[in-house]
Design a protein around this ligand. Structure first.
Ligand SMILES: NC(=O)C1=CN([C@@H]2O[C@H](COP(=O)(O)OP(=O)(O)OC[C@H]3O[C@@H](n4cnc5c(N)ncnc54)[C@H](O)[C@@H]3O)[C@@H](O)[C@H]2O)C=CC1
Ligand SMILES: N[C@@H](CC=O)C(=O)O
Length: 363
């Protein structure tokens, strides 16, 4: 095993190979699935390198888990210096399982170099319109692929469905639904009695939340998903076009992550009150992201908590289920509805590997 936790150059390969960025909840599940599929005799591009904030390690052995563990446990100081030395080119598949804006800024450049990028991180295509456009332009210039199935619905067939409908000439008139697996889990389990904060801890421990759960509770993660969905539908929405209502109390917003967790119970009273109001009306709380064309042709986009009758089309689902309704020219009376688990390391890693396999089949 050749492990070099800091600064390693990465020459352009002759054949397809994977470099995994991120050794956290999703990265670890990705390696586990890669190992498991290999053991089942599937032919996959090899895992050639892994990076995290500690550095970059080349994998010269049949032991990606050992390399991952060594890198995770490395005492090296936190640094992203490996990025400056990394060169990805044709044949490379970069799998982004980080939540790093520094890495997301590199997506377009790596595509321009001819490498394919497969990402669970939404900060590439789910933030500014300029960054998203740059990624699209880079793909068009080199033909390299941008695998984004994991970014919305943790691999549920949402993005591909929207793209196929749009490619078939259908106008997408609205998309609305539960787009956060962690918020689905929270709303499906919170009973108004046990503290809401205890469920946030459980969702974090299960790997459903973002590394910082405030990204979920603030609605920012769903804003990114709404942007990615709208862009897949051919609508170039920008960040400020999406109105977002946050669940994070003001006092908890500027804190470090550790301090936020300490003061998390401060969220409980407001959530108990919201639950009680909904319960009194015989309704349930659901966190909904949507974009839609109003009858005057205006496109609006919103994210936030709402209370719905239990019989409402978007109120169904259990656990981490995302449930998303799509209205188009074709599906104008009754929407097309897609539902299934929308968060968790295994489904997310599965979506990343599905995209890797698609690239392998087409290149
Ligand atoms: N947990 C889930 O259900 C889903 C997660 N995702 C996305 O997957 C991504 C990863 O999530 P988790 O694994 O929960 O996060 P995590 O916090 O457990 O792991 C993040 C990893 O990224 C690495 N990293 C951060 N900055 C880096 C840098 N500059 N260079 C190299 N590595 C760097 C960290 O060292 C860490 O290993 C996030 O973008 C999240 O939005 C997407 C769909 C579902
Ligand atoms: N934190 C996200 C994970 C998937 O994108 C969520 O809760 O949906």
């Amino acid at each position: 095993m050749n492990v070099s936790p800091l600064r390693a150059s990465h020459p352009v390969p002759a054949s397809q190979r994977i470099t995994l960025l991120g050794t956290g909840t999703v990265g670890r599940a990705f390696v586990a699935r890669h190992v498991a599929l290999n053991a089942r005799g599937m032919t996959l591009p090899p895992l050639a390198g892994i990076a995290n904030t500690r550095g970059f390690s080349r994998i010269d052995c049949d032991c990606p888990n050992a390399v991952l563990n060594q890198l995770r446990d490395s005492e090296a100081p936190s640094a992203s210096e490996w990025i400056a030395d990394a060169v990805f080119g044709p044949g490379d598949i970069v799998v982004d399982a980080s939540a790093s804006d520094v890495i997301a800024q590199q997506h377009a450049g790596w595509l321009r170099g001819g490498a394919h990028v497969v990402t669970a991180c939404k900060l590439g295509a789910g933030t500014s319109r300029v960054r998203w456009q740059d990624i699209r332009d880079a793909q068009a210039e080199t033909g390299a692929r941008y695998g984004d199935s994991a970014t919305v619905g943790a691999g549920l067939p949402l993005l591909r469905t929207l793209r196929e409908l749009a490619a078939g000439g259908d106008r997408i008139t609205a998309v609305a639904g539960v787009l956060s697996g962690s918020l689905a889990y929270l709303m499906n389990n919170f009973d108004g009695m046990r503290p809401f904060s205890s469920f946030v801890h459980a969702a974090h421990a299960a790997g459903y939340t973002e590394p910082d759960p405030r990204d979920d509770l603030s609605g920012e993660d769903v804003r990114r998903k709404v942007l990615i969905l709208a862009r897949a539908a051919g609508l170039a929405l920008d960040v400020e076009d999406v109105q977002v209502d946050s669940l994070v109390p003001l006092g908890l917003q500027p804190l470090s992550r550790a301090a936020f967790f300490e003061r998390l119970p401060e969220i409980d009273a407001q959530m108990r009150a919201k639950f009680a109001r909904a319960h009194k009306k015989g309704e349930v709380l659901k966190h909904i992201g949507r974009f839609e064309f109003l009858t005057d042709g205006t496109l609006i986009a919103r994210v936030g908590l709402t209370s719905l009758p239990a019989s409402h089309a978007l109120a169904a689902g259990a656990g981490t289920d995302n449930r998303v309704a799509i209205w188009t020219d074709r599906y104008c009376e009754n929407p097309l509805v897609i539902q299934g688990p929308g968060a968790g390391p295994e489904v997310t890693a599965g979506a990343l590997l599905d995209d890797v396999l698609t690239i392998q089949r087409h290149h």
